[in-house]
Design a binder for this molecule. Structure first.
Ligand code: RB5
Length: 145
């Protein structure tokens, strides 16, 4: 399973922790940057990971900026993307189970490394429940037409 990761300058250390976790768990990780501490524009990385999910290049994506907000907003502009900011595991679980989110976002200035790892593990280990939730996800995606 290929997981893409993207971030801005605020999240270099946290990204390294998350990439380490993913690799330890056996995931193939594609890093879409940034890998520089120089202040950069988070939409670049949100868009790159969003497009990679939409094209099928990666299965799921993880985005990290200061809050998780700007980078997820950018990703959500790509057709086919459902990105959610999750600051704790319960929301991460529901983002998969009910909303079939294909991108997880969180803030490097909001969550610590251990909380972020729990969020990532919960999100990756939860399957979409389908059923009545499929209709609702379809209704969300109709908004793209
Ligand atoms: C960068 O300072 C900050 O604005 C960015 O990381 C993010 O929090 C935006 O939503």
């Amino acid at each position: 399973m290929k997981i893409g990761i993207g971030n801005d300058h605020s999240a270099l250390e946290l990204k390294a922790e998350i990439v380490g976790l993913l690799q330890k768990k056996g995931y193939e990780v594609i890093d879409y940057g940034t890998n520089s501490a120089v202040s950069c524009d988070y939409p670049t990385y949100g868009k790159a990971v969003g497009e990679a999910v939409a094209s099928g290049e990666i299965t799921q994506g993880i985005l990290i900026c200061g809050t998780g907000l700007g980078i997820s907003l950018a990703a959500n502009k790509v057709k086919g993307v459902r990105a959610a900011v999750c600051s704790e595991p319960y929301t991460a679980k529901m983002a998969r189970a009910h909303n079939d989110c294909n991108i997880l976002a969180f803030g490097a200035r909001v969550v610590g490394a251990e909380m972020a790892k729990m969020i990532v593990e919960t999100w990756l280990n939860t399957k979409f429940e389908g059923g009545r939730h499929q209709k609702r996800v379809d209704m969300i995606m109709e908004g793209e037409q």
